[in-house]
Design a binder for this molecule. Structure first.
Ligand code: AHM
Ligand code: MG
Length: 337
């Protein structure tokens, strides 16, 4: 039987053998994985752990927080603040940045996360997840929110952990995408897939169709053509999936291809979209690109967007390369340069 490779061993080899990551980044990723394991245990307990339901508070974006949103946020902070590898953290669930307290040593990395993505699915026992992104702190003694405002192309690591029928951690440090499945008996993540590739073509799309009447013309055109199937301009039938947890939808796309869209819509014309650039779109865009897919806001590569705000939102189209390119073309044709 082939020897199983734990996340720890994989990271040590990335550091020692291949020289792909510094030791502090390895430590950071191990700590994030440990936090995800702990979150996975809480998610699994559900009602038995009295962790379901609303926390009765709102986050900075005015969204109702679930108890597990807050628990997951605390787990990530407590796990990461004392190790000496981080300078500060930022989270979808916190207003401003969280600097590592003075009583602990500070490292050179910045960690951003959506502690529990897919909040609407927590109480109904549908897959949810944690998304994270790692940046290097710019030079200088002071630390400010401004330091986090780096384009996604500057990420040094990104990943997510999906809490579904299996708990799976998916990771990139810029040399492809690897997947690790949590072995509960051993208590460790085990490498289950390396060099993940997204097929360039697909017949599966993911979008919240109930928003159709609010979309702009290019998104409407793309989806209508998919819906026309074999009888329309695409000449083939499409299937639709929408889990309402970006982690789960992206995990499916990394596994068997597909395209995911959460576009700008007319309900909130001044808002670029629903999803957050720093906590959701950037890490997922990098993973998808590392697996051979594409990720754009319709007009440009997500990873090239220079953020102006920590909680900035963005339109997202990502997944199988040829479909993402087609959507981008429809946007270019609708708004010629
Ligand atoms: P959340 O971070 O508050 O859970 O919101 C993000 C989620 C994504 O995971 C998912 O793709 C989207 O919101 C679903 O939105 P909708 O309920 O509008 O379909
Ligand atoms: Mg989210």
């Amino acid at each position: 039987m082939a020897k199983s490779i734990s996340l720890t061993r994989y990271l040590v080899e990335q550091q020692r053998v291949d020289g792909l990551i510094p030791s502090q980044l390895r430590l950071l990723l191990e700590v994030v994985a440990r936090a995800c394991k702990s979150i996975s245990h809480s998610v699994n307990k559900g009602a038995l752990g009295e962790v379901l339901g609303s926390a009765g508070s709102e986050n900075v974006q005015g969204e109702i927080q679930k108890k597990l949103d807050i628990i997951a946020n605390e787990v990530l902070i407590e796990a990461n603040e004392w190790g000496g590898h981080l300078a500060a953290m930022a989270s979808e669930e916190m207003d401003g940045i969280y600097q590592v307290p003075n009583r602990y040593p500070r490292g050179e990395y910045l960690l951003l996360f959506d502690p529990l993505d897919g909040s609407s699915n927590i109480d109904v026992n549908v897959s949810i997840g944690t998304i994270f992104s790692v940046l290097l702190k710019p030079e200088g003694p002071q630390l400010a929110e401004q330091d986090f405002l780096q384009a996604g192309s500057q990420q040094v690591a990104a990943g997510y952990c999906v809490y579904g029928p299996q708990t799976t951690l998916v990771l990139t440090v810029g040399h492809g995408v690897a997947m690790f499945t949590l072995d509960r008996e051993q208590g460790s993540f085990v490498l289950t897939q390396e060099d993940v590739r997204i097929p360039e073509d697909t017949q599966e799309f993911a979008i919240n169709m109930s928003n159709m009447r609010h979309w702009d013309a290019p998104t409407t055109r793309y989806i209508q053509e998919c819906l026309q199937g074999r009888d329309g301009p695409r000449g083939k039938d499409f299937n639709m999936r929408w889990i309402a947890s970006m982690v789960a939808d992206v995990h499916r796309i990394l596994t068997r291809g597909g395209v995911f869209l959460y576009p700008w819509d007319k309900r909130e014309p001044n808002q670029a979209g629903k999803l957050r650039l720093m906590y959701e779109a950037n890490p997922m865009a990098w993973l998808v690109e590392q697996a051979g897919g594409g990720a754009t806001n319709g007009h440009r590569r997500i990873l090239d967007i220079a953020p102006a705000q920590l909680h900035q939102r963005v339109s997202v189209v990502l997944g199988s390369k040829n479909e993402v390119e087609r959507v981008t073309q429809y946007y270019a044709q609708a708004t010629p340069a």
